[in-house]
Write a protein of this length. Structure first.
Length: 263
């Protein structure tokens, strides 16, 4: 078949083959999307991010001196992310403690976030970000990154930009946004499922992309554009949550002022 005809044929099949089980449009994020900042009072910064049935909580501690001393980097600070999926986060209890998967996701989270941090300002110090997935229905690394970015901003760590993360994928030949657990791991028809988590700065730069499955370059471009638009939606939700905490702080300080507590 002529190459152009082949592409047209693919295009025709592209939106018909897969119908989402939850009734979402192909480019629709799961709901609800909830974001809240300041959920762990003892942390220097914290945030919760929920998308559909996936819920992540991030807590930031630091910046503080890195111990042991030989791990200190005198030229820049260290962003240390620890991703953990709680044993009760999925239906069948999972073994607590670190795994290959959690170690990989922790590293990826650091790579996704570090480009927007002014990490050079924190020589010999460490910023710890603990991410806990309390409910998992796919897209947990993205939810964790979204929560972590808000928690870092809440901790007052200077950032060049926020980051927003979303997964996009291909079910056989159909491009879809924000895969749920069935789409991520259980769909097996045709070419099966391809999962592509991507993280963007608000400026639209990609700080992290992973690809698990098969996809051609034309479809990859399409998925990236779909994810970019969705990341903007997520950014607005993160920004609103961060502004909310500003409002509370303002309300609290007005309250203190009106009661003349320190006068
Ligand atoms: P992500 O959550 O970032 O999409 P994966 O693709 O590795 O990462 O996992 C997809 C989903 O599979 C998870 O969100 C979770 O619902 C489920 N899952 C992952 N690991 C396990 C596990 N060890 N036991 C049960 N379910 C798991």
């Amino acid at each position: 078949m002529h190459q152009k005809e082949e592409i047209l044929q693919e295009d025709k099949m592209a939106t018909k083959t897969y119908k989402r089980t939850d009734g979402r449009k192909n480019d629709e994020l799961r709901s609800p999307i909830l974001a809240k900042v300041g959920v762990i009072p003892n942390a220097d910064g914290s945030a919760m991010f929920q998308i559909g049935k996936t819920i992540a909580i991030a807590a930031v501690y630091g910046p503080r001196k890195m111990h042991p001393q030989h791990s200190q980097n005198p030229e820049k600070g260290t962003l240390r992310c620890t991703y953990n999926m709680n044993s009760f986060s999925v239906e069948d209890r999972i073994r607590p403690g670190p795994s290959r998967r959690s170690t990989e996701i922790s590293k990826i989270t650091e790579w996704a976030i570090e480009p927007v941090l002014m990490i050079g300002e924190y020589s010999s110090q460490v910023i710890d970000v603990h991410i806990n997935i309390i409910q998992a229905d796919a897209g947990t690394r993205c939810a964790g990154i979204n929560a972590a970015a808000m928690a870092l901003a809440h901790a007052g760590i200077p950032m060049k930009d926020l980051v927003s993360s979303v997964s996009v994928g291909k079910m056989d030949k159909t491009i879809v946004l924000d895969l749920d657990k069935y789409e991520d791991s259980e769909f097996k028809e045709g070419e099966g499922s391809t999962d592509i988590p991507i993280t963007f700065t608000h400026g639209g730069e990609i700080t992290h992309i992973q690809l698990d499955g098969k996809i051609n370059s034309k479809q990859l471009k399409e998925t990236i554009e779909m994810a970019r638009k969705a990341a903007e939606e997520i950014y607005e939700i993160q920004k609103k949550a961060l502004k909310e905490i500003g409002k509370w702080k303002h309300q609290i300080s007005q309250e203190i002022e009106s009661r003349n507590i320190y006068k």
